[in-house]
Design a binder for this molecule. Structure first.
Ligand code: ASP
Ligand code: MG
Length: 351
C-alpha cells in the first residue's frame, strides 16, 4: 500500500514574499509522506495579465518579464520558453475568452517552474506540472469546472509520481476541449482541493499571508476573530456570498478530507474546515460596481438593520464608501450584542 499524501497550495503572496518559509514547509511536510504542491501566480501578476488581455499594455508585459526574470536568474531557472510563448500570445491579440484565458494562465506557469527549481536547489527532488496536462475541465472559459472522472486517471498518475519527486502543479488552470481555461479568480484553492479529493489526501493545506478564516476580512475589521474550527456548510455559504479567503468551489469535493488554512510565513495553521465548527457568524462582502453587498452568514436577522433574510444569512446593500464603517459596526453588533450564537448570555446561563 502506498502511504498517504498531503496537498499544499501556496498563494501568490507566499510565492512572492515568503518563498523561503514555503520551501521549508515543503521539506517538513515531506517527512510525513508524499506531497503535491499547487502554486498561484506571484502576487499582482494575474492583475497585470488581465490588463494585458484588455489592451496591449506593454508596460505590464515588461514588468512581468522583469519580475520573473529576476527570480529565475537568482535560482538558475529557465523561463525563456514561457516568456517567448507569452510574447507570441500577446502579439496574436484576439480579445476573445479563449485567448484571454490563455494569457491569464501564464502567471501560474512561471510560478510552477520557479518553485520547482527552488525546491531542487534545496536538494528536494521536484518537477513543474502544467495542469492542462492533468485536469480536464468543462463549462465556460473564465470560470470552468473540473471534470473529476475525466481527470482522475491523470491525477492518479501524478500521485504515483509523487512517490519519487514533488509535483509542483500550476493552480487556476486546466484543459477545456484541448484549450487552456481558467477556474475563476482565486481558483488555485479549487485546484488543490480537487487534486486532494481525487488522491484521497490526508489533508489539503491552503497557505497564504493570513492565518485562516476570520469572522470578517481582518484587513478591514481589526476586531475580526480567527476561526480555529469552521463547519464546511458555513464556509461554503460564506465563500458563495463573497468571502475571499477561499474559492467558492473549494470545499465541495472534500468529503471527509480536512481543509486547513494557514500562514506561510510562520507556518501558523489557523483554521480547520471540517464537519463541525465554532458557531460564530461570518460577515462577508462583495463589491458590485459602486455598491457593496454585505452578508452575515449564520444570522437571519439583524435588529435595527434593513435588509433581506436569506437561508442561513442576512444581507444588505451599502454604497461603496460606507463599506468599512458599516462592516465594523455590523461586526460589533453581531459579536458584542450577541445577535449571533457567540452569545455570552447563553454561555453565562450554561455555566
Ligand atoms: N492567480 C489567480 C488569481 O489571482 C488564481 C489564484 O490566485 O488562486 O486569481
Ligand atoms: Mg486565494
Amino acid at each position: 500500500m502506498i502511504e498517504k499524501l498531503n496537498v499544499v497550495k501556496f498563494g501568490g503572496s507566499s510565492v512572492k514574499n515568503s518563498f523561503w518559509s514555503a520551501l521549508k514547509l515543503v521539506d517538513y511536510l515531506l517527512e510525513g509522506g508524499r506531497l503535491v504542491v499547487v502554486v498561484s501566480a506571484l502576487r499582482g501578476v494575474t492583475e497585470k495579465l488581465i490588463r494585458l488581455s484588455e489592451w496591449p499594455d506593454w508596460r505590464a508585459f515588461e514588468s512581468i518579464v522583469l519580475e520573473h526574470s529576476r527570480i529565475a536568474d537568482r535560482l538558475g531557472a529557465d523561463i525563456d520558453p514561457i516568456l517567448s510563448d507569452l510574447e507570441k500570445a500577446v502579439a496574436r491579440r484576439r480579445y476573445d475568452p479563449v485567448w484571454r484565458d490563455y494569457i491569464l494562465s501564464f502567471g501560474e506557469r512561471f510560478s510552477a517552474v520557479l518553485f520547482a527549481k527552488a525546491l531542487e536547489n534545496e536538494g528536494i527532488s521536484a518537477f513543474p506540472v502544467d495542469a492542462t496536462e492533468v485536469l480536464r475541465l468543462r463549462g465556460n472559459f473564465g470560470n470552468a469546472e473540473i471534470d473529476f472522472s475525466a481527470s482522475l486517471p491523470h491525477v492518479r498518475k501524478l500521485g504515483e509520481l509523487a512517490e519519487r519527486s514533488v509535483p509542483v502543479v500550476t493552480g487556476f488552470i486546466g484543459n477545456l476541449n484541448g484549450k487552456t481555461a481558467t477556474l475563476g479568480r482565486g481558483g488555485s484553492d479549487y485546484t488543490a482541493s480537487a487534486i486532494g479529493a481525487m488522491l484521497d489526501a490526508r489533508a489539503v493545506l491552503i497557505m497564504s499571508d493570513v492565518k485562516g478564516i476570520y469572522t470578517a476580512d481582518p484587513r478591514l475589521v481589526p476586531d475580526a476573530r480567527l476561526f480555529h474550527f469552521l463547519a464546511r456548510d458555513r464556509a461554503v455559504l460564506a465563500a458563495r456570498l463573497g468571502m475571499k479567503a477561499l474559492h467558492p468551489r473549494t470545499i465541495e469535493p472534500l468529503r471527509g478530507i480536512p481543509l486547513i488554512l494557514g500562514k506561510t510565513e510562520d507556518w501558523c495553521l489557523g483554521t480547520l474546515v471540517s464537519e463541525f465548527g465554532d458557531d460564530w457568524p461570518i460577515v462577508v462582502h462583495r463589491v458590485e460596481g459602486e455598491i457593496v453587498r454585505i452578508a452575515v452568514v449564520g444570522v437571519e436577522e439583524l435588529p435595527g438593520w434593513e435588509g433581506r433574510r436569506g437561508e442561513g444569512y442576512f444581507s444588505l446593500t451599502v454604497e461603496r464608501e460606507e463599506l468599512v464603517p458599516v462592516l465594523r459596526e455590523i461586526h460589533e453588533v453581531v459579536f458584542d450584542e450577541g445577535t449571533g450564537s457567540c452569545n455570552y448570555s447563553q454561555l453565562r446561563a450554561w455555566v
